[in-house]
Design a protein around this ligand. Structure first.
Ligand code: GDP
Length: 360
């Protein structure tokens, strides 16, 4: 009896092992199957060109990955998509938190999709790397536009430097255009350097403002106003309308003080209420007018070429800097040179020459 039960338990054990093995084998099979089903770069390109959003999202995830093989695959995809890019209007939208960016983009985006346009909304939000929660990226924003089949919304990759986000956004623009999106909106918070990055990747730059909250309060720098092709004073509704009208007069006056733009475009000031859908169509008409003017003059084409050259130089600078400062020898010597400078034994310039000479 004892023998029999021992035998039974041995069998059970054996059974257990074999079951475990079966599970292992089947999960390995599943992994292999999954690997097999991972689309190749060519598969993804073919699907992106058909406008397949899932393929587009997957390719963007590859762009955002830190894995070298993913990045290689992403580069192949970007290269293949490049001949199909450049066919959209790229619009930058900026403004301080609370000005109504997401309300505006939702209204504006829906206005465009209703005209059968395909709208992609990308965000540049380096705050996400600092605060861990992004100002722009939370999922509850633009709830209606998210559901629109002609819209695609992608939050900024988190944990990235501004340079990293900017590069990824530029690459994402290429893929979105190849997927047939004809209007690309790049959104950013109007408080830091990210506007300059956005300005150098879009055709038209729209600044959202509020009436009656002095410039200092709005945290908008003079340079951003100078970059704007249009200033929309949002929340021009209810009790705020009167103030908004006054602000429009003031901005128009202020804009006259800036030098004429290279595009020969006169920046416009408009009132809008994103909440009540007022002025949205006027803003789109202004953008269309701008595109016609600058396409005919050749400015738009030249601007895109200049932007590409800018990003080339920018990328080289960033990579050189990264390689230099991440070098372990340089890190060590840099500390020593700082101490020498503090002890008045060398100058910052001599130290820089020395450190750069180590890297040759
Ligand atoms: P964001 O932080 O710039 O994206 O701003 P939101 O779009 O989240 O808007 C901030 C707040 O302002 C929300 O409570 C909106 O409902 C409100 N808001 C946005 N646009 C308007 C507008 O045109 N008029 C009024 N009265 N409120 C608005």
């Amino acid at each position: 009896m004892a023998k029999a039960s021992k035998h039974k338990s041995a069998l059970k054990e054996q059974d257990g092992v074999s079951q475990q093995e079966t599970t292992n084998t089947s999960s390995i099979k599943a992994i292999k199957q999954k690997r097999k089903s991972q689309p190749t770069a060519n598969d993804l390109v073919a699907e992106i060109l058909k406008g397949n959003i899932t393929a587009l999202s997957r390719a963007i995830t590859l762009i955002e990955s830190k894995n070298t093989s993913h990045l290689e695959k992403a580069n192949t995809i970007i290269k293949a998509c490049l001949p199909h890019a450049n066919q959209s209007i790229r619009i930058g939208i900026t403004g301080v938190p609370g000005v109504g960016k997401s309300t505006f983009i939702e209204a504006f985006g829906k206005h465009l999709t209703a005209q059968n346009k395909k709208v992609a909304v990308l965000a540049i939000d380096p705050s996400s790397s600092l605060t861990k929660g992004s100002i722009l990226g939370d999922k509850t924003r633009m709830e209606d536009l998210v559901k629109d089949k002609n819209a695609f919304i992608r939050p900024s990759p988190s944990g990235e430097s501004l340079g990293g986000v900017a590069r990824k956004t530029r690459e994402t623009i290429i893929l979105c255009e190849a997927a047939g999106f004809d209007t690309i909106i790049i959104e950013t918070v109007g408080v830091g350097q990210s506007e300059t990055a956005v300005h150098s990747m879009v055709d038209f730059f729209l600044l959202l403002k509020l009436a009656g909250a002095g410039d200092e309060l709005q945290g908008i720098k003079r340079g951003i106003i100078e970059m704007a092709d249009a200033i929309a004073i949002n929340k021009a509704d209810g009790d705020n309308l009167k103030k908004a009208k006054l602000a429009k007069v003031e901005f128009n006056r202020a804009l006259h003080l800036y030098p004429k733009k290279e595009s020969s475009w006169n920046p416009k000031v408009i009132l809008c209420s994103a909440l009540h859908n007022d002025g949205i169509d006027d803003i789109w008409k202004i953008i269309e007018e701008y595109i016609v003017l600058t396409s005919e003059s050749g400015y738009l084409n030249q601007k895109r070429k200049d932007q590409n050259a800018f990003w080339l130089i920018q990328t080289i600078e960033e990579q050189l800097k990264g390689a230099f400062f991440n070098d372990s020898k340089i890190k060590e010597e840099l500390q020593k040179q700082i101490q020498l400078i503090e002890a008045d034994k060398t100058t910052p310039f001599a130290a820089a020459d020395y450190l750069l000479s180590l890297n040759k």
